[in-house]
Ligand binder design. Structure first.
Ligand SMILES: [Zn+2]
Ligand SMILES: [Zn+2]
Length: 391
């Protein structure tokens, strides 16, 4: 085990170099053409078999044959943000930036492929999944993980592991927990209709702004009165629009928002009760339209994979660098994979001083610790393949 850590450390400058290359040439979701080409040529150079165009711009590297088979996943897409950093590896593409750390995920996974291509796998195989478009979905609601799953990327795969760098977590820290790790996300788009009229004569119309206020309040009651207090749930209105002038009651108000939950049963209560809150519009003489756009499920980390990853981390890191937790109400489409087969997802701390935030235009990470992510994934894959007990 120590040898893979040492090899990862020796590979550190290459990993940093790859990450900084990706950082300079970011591409948006489902447009990761040059990124995929760069990865493919490196994988082939390492002696890893490459399958292109899995999930549109995604690609897969394969080492070994048959089962057990473990998949390791990195995402490839950047964000529509203009990089304001002045470092020499800042984005060279105006308005596009790796502001979430997916550049680091690709670089770490390339490191794993290089290391394991030089190891004789006793049995089974490893799939290196380079997934496009994690940050969103196309107009038909298809994200990168959905597209790859549809193309059969998990066929014959027994388990999957993914990691995310975390710029708000002390550098070099490994953070994981069993069970829920990210939230399910659904989006809604609503419209409350009334009847427009003069603001001085409200009785002549039906005021959709007043009705919206009742609906918004009722939605808060869904969270506080309808959901088990021990179950996390969020409904946030992020966009509300109605009206054109101070003295006109408008005919309609548009309300959009996000729904977050962990437990699938809570997820369905939230959707049903959001609809019931909107139905209040009819009690006030108005009407409504509500569209709920289904997003990703929550990540529910498989306990045996978490145990395996923790064992690996203990061999690599001092105990104070291994911490429990990581659950937040953010979403991550790794859940599309881990909903299909046993999966586990963890954070690697990459905090700079001063720290930067994900999705911010000055986002940057401490890339000197990326070799740790490579070592953890590589060791976890080897350990998984040599396990006696199957999942
Ligand atoms: Zn992100
Ligand atoms: Zn991300």
């Amino acid at each position: 085990m120590v040898s893979i850590l040492e090899q990862s450390k020796e590979l550190s400058s290459s990993i940093i170099g790859w990450r900084r290359h990706f950082h300079q040439y970011p591409e948006l979701g489902f447009n990761e053409y040059k990124t995929a080409e760069y990865i493919s040529s490196l994988l082939e150079e390492f002696g890893v078999e490459v399958q292109r165009n899995i999930g549109r711009t995604g690609l897969v590297g394969i080492l070994g044959e048959g089962n057990p088979c473990i998949a390791l996943r990195a995402d490839m897409d950047a964000l529509p943000i203009h990089d304001i950093k002045t470092v020499e590896y800042a984005s060279k593409v105006p308005g596009v930036m790796h502001a979430c750390g997916h550049d680091a995920h690709m670089a770490m996974l390339l490191g794993v492929a290089k290391l394991l291509a030089g190891v004789n796998l006793s049995e089974g195989s490893i799939k290196f999944i380079f997934q496009p478009f994690e940050e969103g979905q196309d107009k038909d609601g298809v994200g990168g993980a959905d597209a790859m799953l549809k193309d059969g990327v998990l066929d014959g795969v027994d388990a999957i592991i993914g990691q995310h760098v975390n710029a708000e977590l002390e550098s070099g820290v490994f953070q994981i927990k069993s069970g829920y790790f990210s939230a399910a996300v659904d989006t809604f788009s609503g419209e409350i209709t009334g009847k427009g009229c003069h603001g001085a004569y409200p009785h002549l119309g039906i005021d959709p702004i007043f009705i919206s206020a009742q609906v918004i309040n009722a939605v808060q009651a869904v969270i506080s009165r309808r959901i088990d207090p021990l179950e996390p749930a969020v409904i946030s209105f992020g966009k509300i629009h109605g009206g054109t002038a101070a003295n006109i009651i408008p005919p309609k108000v548009e309300l959009d928002g996000t729904i977050r939950s962990l437990n699938p049963s809570v997820r369905s209560i939230l959707q049903k009760d959001l609809e019931r809150a909107f139905q209040l519009s009819r009690n006030f003489g108005g009407n409504y339209r509500l569209k709920i756009i289904k997003g990703y499920p929550s990540i529910n980390n498989h306990s045996e994979l978490v145990t395996l990853l923790r064992e690996v981390a203990i061999e690599i890191l001092p105990t104070e660098k291994i911490i429990e937790g990581g659950l937040g109400m953010g979403a991550e489409d790794f859940s599309v994979f881990s909903d299909s087969i046993p999966g586990a997802f963890y954070y690697l701390g990459v905090q700079l001083n001063p720290a930067t935030s994900h999705h911010a235009p000055d986002f940057d990470i401490d890339d000197s610790v990326l070799y740790i992510g490579t070592a953890i994934l590589a060791n976890a894959a080897v350990k998984f393949l040599s396990r006696e007990k199957k999942l």
